[in-house]
Design a binder for this molecule. Structure first.
Ligand code: NAP
Length: 306
């Protein structure tokens, strides 16, 4: 299939790129410069140099695809507006009139990357049907999810993926925690008894590949390993594999908010999540927790940083 991918140089998108190429798809990847173009080309993608902030920079290429996977996010002050603009541009490309080329009548698809923080604190295990109650940091995502989900029809299949905190390799929130622990002082927001839904990067990428290939898959899909670990569980599990047992400093949420803003509430969120609809597609994550794979994950983290 011909698939247009945003964010192919990022944490999630690079894993998705590898999974799509492995599955034999022709991937066109939006990147911001020539150096990144060379990087994604080496991984098997056809690069387009452009930006989320300028849909004209990629419109012609987007108009030649069958599927769309949006994993990019621009952390600048215009990030949310760029995300909205990208959804509009990719949905328009996906709805363009059909020619004889392409998927022989199968619907085109658009897969949007949201995140599990939109469901807020959970008092019992939450699945894809749980009503949304987003924390402030991601309140805007609700509208973007709605736009994508409401675009689903007979000609266009749309899906929203809500990953938990991604682990694996050397970037992301878990990697930040590994780094603090390796250096001997872990700052935990709150009391650390809050559960983080988590997912291994390659398992998450496998879910995207399944969604791309499954003509019946539409709607919301959670992506987490259902390990139900607290932050304290994770810190305890990695401690034996560190050069020294780390000190843990529990930062009260109010203090954390003054330093980090609403991101502090995301790190303190207590969530137990189920990926019921993803599992119904046959998705079965290979890793079931961070703690159960602590030695391997720390090694991956070290290797990707050296
Ligand atoms: N990581 C997680 O644990 C996690 C969990 C749940 C949800 N999410 C969501 O998943 C999405 C991706 O997260 P991530 O961790 O993969 O982020 P990331 O590693 O920061 O990657 C972001 C990607 O977006 C690209 N990008 C940024 N601004 C762009 C622009 N103006 N034009 C074109 N490309 C642009 C980046 O390209 P450059 O290489 O040029 O910077 C990069 O490829 C985000 O929406 C995030 O909120 C992440």
């Amino acid at each position: 299939m011909r698939i247009f991918l945003t964010g192919a140089t990022g944490y999630i998108g690079s894993a998705v790129l590898d999974a799509l190429v492995r599955a034999g798809h022709q991937v066109t990847a939006l990147v911001r410069d020539n150096e990144k173009a060379a990087r994604v080309a080496a991984r098997g993608a056809h690069p387009v140099v452009g930006s989320l902030s300028d849909p004209e920079s990629y419109r012609a290429m987007a108009d030649a695809q069958d599927g769309y996977i949006h994993t990019a996010f621009d952390t600048s002050s215009t990030g949310v507006a760029n995300d909205r603009q990208t959804i509009d541009a990719l949905l328009a490309a996906a709805r363009r009139p059909r020619t004889s080329n392409g998927l022989n009548g199968a619907p085109r698809f658009f897969i949007y990357t949201s995140g599990i923080w939109v469901i807020g604190r959970t008092s019992e295990p939450a699945d894809e049907s749980t009503p949304l109650n987003p924390i402030q940091l991601v309140a805007w995502r609700v509208e973007h999810e709605r736009l994508v989900l409401e675009a689903n029809d007979a000609q266009l299949r749309t899906a929203v993926v809500r990953p938990g905190v991604v682990y694996g390799g050397g970037t992301g929130i878990m990697s930040d925690l590994f780094k603090m622990a390796w250096n001997g002082l872990v700052r935990v927001i709150g009391d650390g008894n809050n559960h983080w839904p988590t997912v291994y990067d390659r398992d998450l990428a496998d879910l995207y590949a399944r969604l791309a290939a499954d003509d019946s898959a539409s709607g919301v899909f959670h992506a987490n390993d259902e390990g139900d670990e607290t932050v304290n569980d994770i810190v305890s599990a990695i401690s034996p594999y560190l050069p020294h047992k780390p000190d843990v400093r529990y930062v009260p949420i109010e203090e954390a908010r003054t330093k980090m803003g609403p991101y502090a509430d995301a790190l303190a969120l207590d969530q137990i999540v189920r990926s019921t609809r993803s599992r119904a597609l046959g998705w079965n994550p290979s890793l079931h927790s961070v703690g159960g794979n602590a030695a391997r994950l720390l090694e991956e983290w070290r290797a990707s940083r050296s």
